[in-house]
Design a protein around this ligand. Structure first.
Ligand code: APR
Length: 173
């Protein structure tokens, strides 16, 4: 079994190697997790994002992720993951799987051992709760991520309950 933890709270406050942001393709901040991370990280993070190459204003595609420094956060890196807008994709699941895989692959490439993730796309981007949890936890359970300690930061008790149920159904204690 891989190392997956569920925590109630704000992932911008985590002390880990990489903090994951639920970003949009511009990578210049926003609301939700993105707002909390940029507020806590400060101007160094925004400058690092701004310095990345943009094509038509986009620095990251849907289903992709990019890595930067972490500014004032207690982490080495921020990994900016762009999940699907649920209603705008014919197959949002494929895009969400890809966003998580790109995120975890980047973490491994950069020798990260610990990572703090949010529920990507399960806010403004409208992904249904159970489906979002199933995708996230299934990707994180793949053998290639067995060396990573993955902590999901969830916002409330209801979410924790749903995610715990999916984790149990995947065979975790
Ligand atoms: N820490 C952990 N979880 C959080 C935090 C936080 N600080 N803030 C919000 N959440 C929860 C939300 O309740 C939701 O369950 O994280 C989940 C993801 O929500 P969003 O942040 O809205 O992310 P997403 O659905 O992927 O939408 C991305 O939102 O703000 C914009 O710039 C961002 O345009 C992008 C879009």
């Amino acid at each position: 079994m891989n190392s997956i933890h569920l925590i109630k709270g704000d992932n911008a406050k985590a002390k880990v190697d990489a903090i994951v942001n639920a970003a949009n393709p511009k990578l210049l901040g926003g609301g939700g997790v993105d707002g909390a991370i940029h507020r806590a990280a400060g101007s160094e993070l925004l400058a690092a994002c701004f310095a990345m190459e943009a094509i038509n204003g986009r620095r990251c595609g849907y289903g992709d992720a990019k890595i930067t420094c972490a500014g004032n956060l207690e982490a080495r890196f921020v990994i900016h993951a762009v999940g699907p807008i649920y209603s705008k994709f014919a197959e949002p699941q494929k895009v969400l799987v890809s966003a998580y895989k790109r995120t975890l692959d980047l973490a491994i490439e950069h020798q990260c051992k610990t990572i703090a993730l949010p529920a990507i796309s399960f806010g403004v981007y409208g992904y249904p709760a159970r489906e979002a949890a199933t995708v996230a936890l299934s990707v994180c359970s793949q053998p290639e991520y067995s060396e990573l300690e993955m902590s999901f930061y969830l916002f409330d008790e209801e979410m924790l309950h749903i995610w715990q149920g999916i984790l149990d159904s995947l065979g975790y204690e």
